[in-house]
Design a protein around this ligand. Structure first.
Ligand SMILES: [Zn+2]
Length: 758
């Protein structure tokens, strides 16, 4: 995990007004107001003391005791066990079931047929010291879910990480993958991008292997002596085209309920076009060693003791894959605590419970912390606390194959979420180290406030202070300056890779994604070795950071549930939007400069004068310089948003003393605030992928997990579709104008209370 955060200025008064527990609306006297505030703080203090590492350890050991992928017996057992815990702790809990397409392997064959014969093992062996690694009959074999069936024999080509830029390098080297099977290494892009881009370039099959440079012996001792990936370790994982849409491939946009209209499998847009299989570096090494052709560029070389070559051939491989294309049940556990004052406003929080195998790290480390939060909130309630808003806790099934459980739930409850959702907080795996905060920028000051209120178990400063220090120590000069000078640390924008995606990018629910991590590296991701033995030897072994995660997220839930006026801030949003607008303008200018320089070099004969005739490469072609785009609509919309945000901040400062006695105004403003993230959606969706409706944040069409901010505009420029980019500028400006109008209306409502402010 790399640190890449930045910070910016924020006016302190907004934080105080928005985040401090708001007075009870029924309390009229200042004394009563103070008492209500003290009560709020007392509950928070009581809550922070409750999470216990020993409990979290016990949940983790239970949930990871056996393999529990979608459709397995222990997946269902875990769902029922989680349901029983919620009920025991006083929650109103139920299981919601959906039925989805979930392929499992029937035939997996990979062999080299020339120049020598080699049959890949495709097996992770049990290890004597690791008790759950021998649960063979329940383990899913190593495979990539939603690969298509296929039986292909073809020459092999090494494509580095298999990103679009790697294929540009291949073209310059005169290597084509047309009709070939490619072998890509894991890393640098989400795995589903690799077969997608390979197929676009004409490849007929795709292998993905874990190079020891990326998570094997290059980084430390391998398991079981150390945490890194052993030679037979394999990363399972989904290759569904999730940048098009996540969820059941047969029910895009609607819940996979019994009566739902389902596509035929042949019509599903998100299943891969070519067969794809993940392999270990033990299986990859003989294949890579048998490649001829040019020596791979320096940046393409991994840590295997071979000369990395590109091919194509002489290695020829035979890949045969067949899957059982069966339906599988999903068991989402949904638990509620009813709100006392605003029962129709929901604070939602979730983590997934399914794993590829035992999943002690992914997802059980996060799921166990969520359970301890739920126990502690139940305990507070037993002591007399009642949340003002309704709290909804979810344990999602089927995250690993395709964010299935969260996506189907969001699609099924779309109308409820539109009317009731205040915010969604997601976690997934959790480890030792620094707080990783991503999400909606309207929640940036809010979550900074929470991070200031919890203590790091190793450094004994607040989680916020530790993150600030890490940003100063590791950031760029700009990030360092911001981390020192500004009140709040910046939130990362969210791409994809966990269950927040349907909430934020499909339904416009303000979202946070939180995790601790960054101190331990490992090489057991999505393998049979991600288990309780590994976790308790090489990761958060004493569950101190799982406890901190429970404290952090639980406090965020309590504050969101109990604040009378919702703690949304628009100056953070406006500042972030301005930055994104500057970014896309800089992107276009950078592209123009690059093309001009390249064209000039072609004219000057630079390529012809420097080429090595013994190692021929293909001459670059001249390109048209990208045209100027009119960014004025975005710049104007961004400026108007900034002004509206400032107006809201002033109106709030003016009104804050009188909010307590004015329930009607609080409710009216909240009703508007709840719709603020929704304004950033366009129902028409993004180009080529209408499921993604948020015009500020989306996963990249060619990166998979990594975010693209102002995605329509940015990807239009990146993909050289300049007319489309122009249209996207106008669309983004329009949703920002809608957001601005809503903020103005909320400020006007507040101004009815406050003294006139300049
Ligand atoms: Zn996960």
């Amino acid at each position: 995990m790399t640190m890449k955060r930045a910070v910016r200025f924020l006016v302190a008064v907004t934080i105080a007004a928005a985040v401090a527990p708001m007075p009870n609306p029924s309390a009229q006297s200042p004394q009563a107001t103070q008492a209500a505030q003290a009560a709020g703080e007392r509950w928070e203090t009581a809550f922070r003391a409750l999470p216990a590492p020993a409990n979290i350890r016990a949940y983790a050991e239970h949930l990871s005791a056996r393999p529990h992928h979608v459709g397995s017996p222990y997946d269902r057992d875990n769902a029922e066990w989680i349901l029983a815990r919620f009920k025991e702790w006083g929650w109103d809990a139920t299981i919601e079931r959906f039925d989805v397409l979930f392929p499992t392997p029937k035939t997996r064959l990979l062999e080299m047929v020339t120049p020598t014969r080699f049959v890949a093992k495709l097996d992770e062996p049990a290890l004597a010291v690791d008790p759950t690694s021998s649960q063979k009959t329940e383990q899913l074999p190593t495979y990539n879910a939603y690969s298509t069936d296929g039986d292909v024999t073809a020459p092999l080509v090494y494509v580095n990480y298999g990103r679009p830029a790697d294929y540009e390098d291949l073209e310059r080297l005169g290597v084509t993958v047309k009709g070939a099977i490619v072998i890509a290494r894991y890393g640098a892009s989400w795995r589903g991008i690799k077969p997608k881009v390979a197929a676009e370039h004409g490849a007929v099959g795709c292998l993905i292997y874990s190079d020891p440079r990326d998570d094997g012996y290059f980084g430390g001792q391998v398991f079981p002596e150390g945490p890194m990936r052993p030679s037979d370790g394999v990363q399972r994982g989904s290759v569904l085209d999730m940048p098009v849409h996540p969820g059941d491939p047969l029910t895009p946009g609607v819940g996979a309920t019994p009566g739902a209209k389902r596509l035929a499998r042949a019509d599903a847009a998100t299943i891969t076009r070519i067969p794809v299989l993940p392999i270990s570096y033990g299986d990859a090494q003989p294949l890579l060693a048998a490649l001829g052709g040019p020596v791979a560029p320096v940046a393409w070389r991994g840590a295997l003791p071979i000369t990395y070559r590109i091919g194509a051939g002489p290695a020829t491989v035979h890949l045969k894959l067949e899957f059982n294309w069966n339906m599988a049940p999903l068991y989402d556990v949904i638990a509620r605590l009813p709100g006392s004052t605003y029962p129709d406003e929901w604070v939602i929080r979730g983590n997934h419970h399914d794993a590829w195998v035992n999943g002690a790290g992914d997802p059980v480390s996060g799921m166990s912390a969520e359970l301890e939060e739920a126990r502690a909130l139940g305990e507070l309630r037993r002591q007399g606390w009642q949340p003002k808003r309704t709290i909804v806790y979810a344990a999602w099934d089927g995250e690993e194959p395709a964010l299935l459980g969260s996506t189907e739930w969001v699609e099924t409850h779309a109308a409820d979420l539109e009317a009731h959702a205040v915010a969604y907080i997601n976690t997934d795996g959790n480890g030792r180290g620094f707080l990783d905060m991503g999400g909606s920028h309207t929640l940036e000051p809010f979550i900074n406030g929470v991070a200031r209120a919890v203590e790091d178990p190793e450094a004994h400063v607040s989680a916020w202070k530790r993150l600030q220090a890490a940003t100063i120590a590791r950031g760029t000069p700009d990030e360092r300056r911001e981390a020192r000078a500004r009140g709040d640390l910046r939130l990362d924008a969210l791409g994809s890779g966990s269950d927040f995606t349907p909430f934020l990018q499909h339904s416009g629910v303000p979202t946070l994604n939180l995790a601790y991590g960054g101190e331990d590296s490992n090489g057991i991701y999505h393998s049979i070795y991600d288990d309780f033995y590994h976790f308790t030897h090489f990761e958060d072994a004493d569950f101190a950071y799982a406890r901190l995660a429970a404290q952090t997220v639980g406090m965020a839930v309590i504050r969101l549930a109990d604040a009378d006026l919702l703690p949304f801030d628009f100056t953070s949003l406006a500042d972030t939007v301005k930055k994104y607008v500057d970014d896309v303008e800089a992107l276009l200018k950078g592209r123009q400069d690059e093309v001009r320089e390249s064209n000039r070099q072609i004219e000057e004969g630079v390529f012809a004068a420097t080429r090595d005739p013994r190692r021929p490469t293909v001459a670059p072609a001249a390109e048209p310089v990208p045209p100027a785009l009119n960014f004025a609509p975005l710049e104007n919309a961004s400026a108007a948003l900034t002004a509206a945000a400032e107006g809201y901040r002033k109106a709030l400062a003016g009104a804050s003393a009188q909010l307590a006695g004015n329930t009607a105004v609080v409710r009216a403003v909240n009703a508007m605030l709840m719709q603020s993230e929704r304004q950033l959606l366009d129902p028409a969706g993004l180009p080529q992928r209408e499921w993604y409706r948020h015009l500020l944040y989306a996963p990249g069409f060619y990166t998979g997990y990594d975010v693209k901010t102002l995605p329509g505009v940015r990807e239009g420029i990146e993909q050289k579709q300049y007319e489309a980019a122009d249209a996207e500028i106008a669309r983004a400006a329009k949703v920002l104008a809608r957001e601005t109008a809503l903020i103005d209306a909320a400020a006007a409502e507040l101004r009815r209370l406050g003294p006139p402010v300049r």
